[in-house]
Unconditional design. Structure first.
Length: 397
């Protein structure tokens, strides 16, 4: 029994169930405390995200030596290709399925969450994108200059961040997820809004699983390794992503899950997982493409033209690379495309944001799980090109 309660997947599932049940019975005064706790825990987790990115990406780049620039380019290319291919698959499904769906667009009103009792702000030391760019530049510069002191300092910083992850972030996550689902249950989003869009959400989720299957099969075929040995460890990361709706907030758990795989190179886990968490958003891109096509038909009477959608998908893949790995990050980053290329008005944009929020957790879970497949591709790449692993042991376990 002690082993069961110590299992991260069990604690995450328990947090979801407890949160949903509590949200149905808690009074407004109790919810003030819940909202406040969620806010504080969210601030703490978000504060640690830039530290995790710097602590894992920069030291990993220094260990890649002369191959750092090449591997960074390979990672960006496969992340972009994954996103736009997922977008094109979604576009094809949209043209084939959306005209035949009967979707009720009316949504019931939600209860308003009470405000926080007190607001404890814990600002990040820098934005996620700034941390990502700093990690890349710092790692590359230390490699080019062969600065042993800086490389050793980055390795020590990685060990410090690892302790923060294992002793603070991981234990806090189940409680954070519980408060998130408690809020959703109290608002009525789970029981009231979801049925209105159940059809398209189920189709999009099926698309997530299809694309994940494609990614892992391709990764397995390219690397010559069993992709199931990666995928089977990703349960906790998937559940965490469902609860947090944030690739960045799920990063700590994703690192632990990938680190358990016997077929992933340890240096590729430390390098690839934090990087892909910020530039690989295949699930969110797939979702957004299907949803904008649905809304276009519902509000404006027609699906966008094929040329318009192809342009939208190609640009969306670029925007996804720079989108923050936070709830709604992809759709917020691409609002300019939605209004500028698809010509959505305020009503269309508002409806897009509302529908996207309903499934954001599952799109994020697809993003996070897909990172494992791309890391397997990187592992295959370095082994095919004879790039040695300079790590003596995994920093993740």
């Amino acid at each position: 029994m002690k082993k069961l309660f110590g299992s991260l997947p069990f604690r995450l599932i328990l947090g979801i169930l407890v949160g949903v049940l509590c949200g149905t019975v808690f009074t407004e005064n109790v919810m003030k405390v819940v909202v406040t706790l969620q806010y504080i825990m969210g601030q703490l987790i978000n504060f640690c995200v830039p530290l995790i990115i710097i602590g894992f990406i920069a030291p990993s780049i220094t260990k890649l030596g002369a191959n750092a620039s090449r591997l960074l380019g390979v990672a960006v290319v496969i992340a972009y290709v994954s996103s736009i291919c997922a977008a094109f698959m979604s576009m094809g499904a949209g043209y084939a399925l959306i005209p035949h769906l009967s979707i009720d667009t009316s949504v019931a009103g939600l209860k308003e969450l009470p405000g926080v009792v007190f607001q404890l702000d814990i600002p990040q030391i820098m934005s996620v994108m700034s941390a990502l760019v700093l990690s890349v530049l710092l790692g590359l510069a230390a490699t080019w200059t062969k600065s042993k002191r800086t490389i050793e300092l980055l390795a020590e910083f990685q060990a410090i961040v690892l302790d923060i992850v294992s002793k603070i972030i991981i234990p806090v996550l189940p409680f954070y997820i519980a408060t998130t689902f408690c809020n959703l249950s109290y608002e009525g989003m789970i029981t009231r809004q979801l049925p209105a869009f159940l059809q398209i959400i189920l189709i999009v989720m099926a698309g997530h699983y299809i694309w994940l299957a494609v990614l892992y099969l391709l990764a397995g075929a390219y690397s010559g390794k069993n992709p199931w040995e990666v995928l089977r460890h990703y349960g906790p990361a998937y559940l965490t992503a469902v609860g947090t709706m944030s690739s960045a907030a799920t990063l700590a758990v994703a690192l632990r899950c990938a680190g358990k795989s016997k077929v992933l190179r340890e240096d590729m886990v430390s390098f690839g997982i934090p990087l892909f968490a910020n530039i690989h958003l295949c699930g969110s891109v797939l979702t957004e493409v299907f949803f904008v096509m649905t809304i276009s038909l519902l509000l404006y009477g027609a699906l966008p033209s094929l040329g318009t959608m192809i342009l939208f998908c190609l640009l969306l893949g670029i925007f996804a690379i720079g989108a923050p790995g936070v709830p709604g990050g992809t759709v917020m980053a691409s609002l300019g495309l939605i209004t500028g290329i698809l010509l959505f008005d305020n009503a269309g944009t508002a409806l897009m944001l509302a529908i996207f929020a309903l499934q954001d957790s599952f799109g994020t879970a697809c993003n996070v799980t897909g990172d494992g497949a791309l890391t397997l591709m990187l592992t295959g790449y370095v082994e095919k090109h004879g790039i040695k692993d300079e790590n003596l042991q995994s920093p993740i376990l």
